[in-house]
Design a protein around this ligand. Structure first.
Ligand SMILES: [Fe+2]
Ligand SMILES: [Fe+2]
Length: 443
């Protein structure tokens, strides 16, 4: 039959619904998604130290870790589609990235959490539309990434909304400024337009002061929720290591308070991410995000234990040491501060897991066991990235050589502690131990 017709006159049908986007355009859109996710991670990390409301503080590290994983998946997919090219440049997406950076400029942490929901809702709509447009056969790896991103966003938006509602009950005076900021966020989100349209665009940068915003700067001191018993130092052995951890009931309470106070480490990891990401390989974003999330999980371990035992939040001793101790330090010294704490106390974790287990506190043992598993990763991360940044700066020091600077910050904070702080920490300790004796059962 082929001999009897002109083959160019005949064609099998080719419906175009599957064939809307070719590889180059798909890679362009996914690059934009990567840049957006990356900006989300940076702004959420940047806000962690300055956000005081408790539920927001607990949530931000988890959310930014999820966003960092999705960012990394998008980045890898772009590189697959553009293989063998390895670079990702911002290019025509610069105005979009610049506008996204305006979302950092919220008046306070609660307003930021409110605005974040608007941004994430926009992203959810965009990802849903894109999932409908792409071909689920040819571009199946992207389908998987989008489905995960959408599941994350659904959960994140719901949890952020619950956190914000609690926040406005605790801080009702923040509600009006947050509403004003949210209105501004909506206006800015409208300016983002259709994120699936790759036509180069100009975006007029808004004056965020019109919405009550102010230029963002990461807080170098840890903001704390006023419901806690706030002290600069969470427990007396922060000030004097010679006190030792104690045994039995004291060790149980001490361990939980120390876990609660690992909030400082989550803040420090977030600060390192925020300060150093622009200067690092892309993997630093996921490593630092994971570190931050792990430390807030350790903090949650302590909060959960204390809550389960019945301690009222107002009696839980929550400090800012040693995050505040790094306020004037260089970013690499801050990284070394976490590294120094990790490597110094890591040996205590399996010991404590064993002690608690033998003594009949299976939950504290379990917490310590998983904490130890996390900390071993962090020791590796600390070494890896300190080495990386030192080499990149042409600094001849080894990672362990930065340790004296980190130790000096901590020692100085302890040496400068006014007598009033020592007395407050001691009083918090006594309140908690008195309460613990009321809750304790005879072994
Ligand atoms: Fe930790
Ligand atoms: Fe750690």
């Amino acid at each position: 039959m082929a001999d009897s017709i002109n083959l160019m006159d005949w064609r099998l049908p080719a419906p175009t619904d599957r064939a809307q986007l070719m590889v180059a355009e798909s890679a362009g859109i996914l690059k934009r998604f990567y840049l957006i996710q990356r900006e989300l991670v940076l702004m959420q990390a940047g806000w962690l130290p300055g956000a005081d409301h408790w539920q927001s503080k607990l949530l931000l590290p988890e959310v930014l870790w999820q966003d960092a994983l999705v960012a990394d998946e998008f980045r890898r997919r772009v590189l697959e589609l553009r293989f063998p090219r390895r670079e990702i440049v911002v290019g025509d997406d610069a105005p979009i990235v610049q506008l996204l950076q305006q979302f950092r400029n919220a008046p306070d942490g609660l307003a930021f959490i409110e605005g974040l929901q608007v941004v994430k809702s926009k992203l959810r709509t965009t990802y849903r539309n894109y999932l409908e447009r792409i071909d689920h056969l040819d571009d199946a790896p992207t389908v998987r990434i989008l489905r995960q991103a959408l599941a994350d966003l659904d959960e994140q938006i719901a949890r952020l909304s619950t956190a914000a509602a609690d926040g406005f009950q605790v801080y009702p005076e923040r509600h009006a400024p947050a509403q004003q900021w949210t209105r501004g966020t909506r206006t800015m989100v409208e300016q983002l337009g259709d994120l699936l349209d790759l036509t180069p665009r100009d975006i007029a940068m808004p004056a965020v002061t019109e919405f009550g915003g102010r230029e963002f700067a990461i807080s170098r001191t840890g903001a704390r929720d006023r419901r806690f018993n706030l002290n600069r130092f969470g427990w007396p052995d922060n000030l004097d290591r010679a006190i030792g951890p104690g045994v039995g009931l004291l060790l149980q309470v001490r361990q939980s308070v120390h876990h609660l106070n690992e909030l400082w480490a989550a803040e420090m990891a977030a600060a390192c991410l925020f300060d150093l990401a622009a200067d690092a390989e892309p993997e630093f974003l996921t490593d630092a995000a994971r570190w931050c999330f792990d430390e807030i999980r350790h903090c949650r371990m302590g909060f959960t234990r204390l809550t389960e035992w019945g301690f009222p939040i107002g009696e839980m001793s929550l400090g800012t040491f040693p995050y505040d101790a790094g306020a004037d330090a260089a970013p690499l010294t801050r990284l070394a501060m976490i590294f120094y704490f990790e490597s110094t106390y890591i040996h205590t974790k399996p010991e404590r897991a064993k002690i608690f287990g033998e003594w009949g506190d299976a939950v504290s043992s379990h917490d310590m066991d998983f904490d130890w598993a996390d900390e071993q990763i962090h020791t590796h991360l600390g070494t890896r990235w300190l080495k990386y940044f030192l080499e990149k700066r042409g600094d001849p020091r080894r990672p362990t050589d930065v340790r004296p600077d980190a130790e000096a910050c901590v020692k100085q904070a302890i040496a400068n502690a006014p007598p009033g702080d020592r007395a407050k920490t001691q009083a918090a300790f006594e309140t908690m131990m008195t309460r613990a004796r009321q809750f304790a059962l005879k072994t």
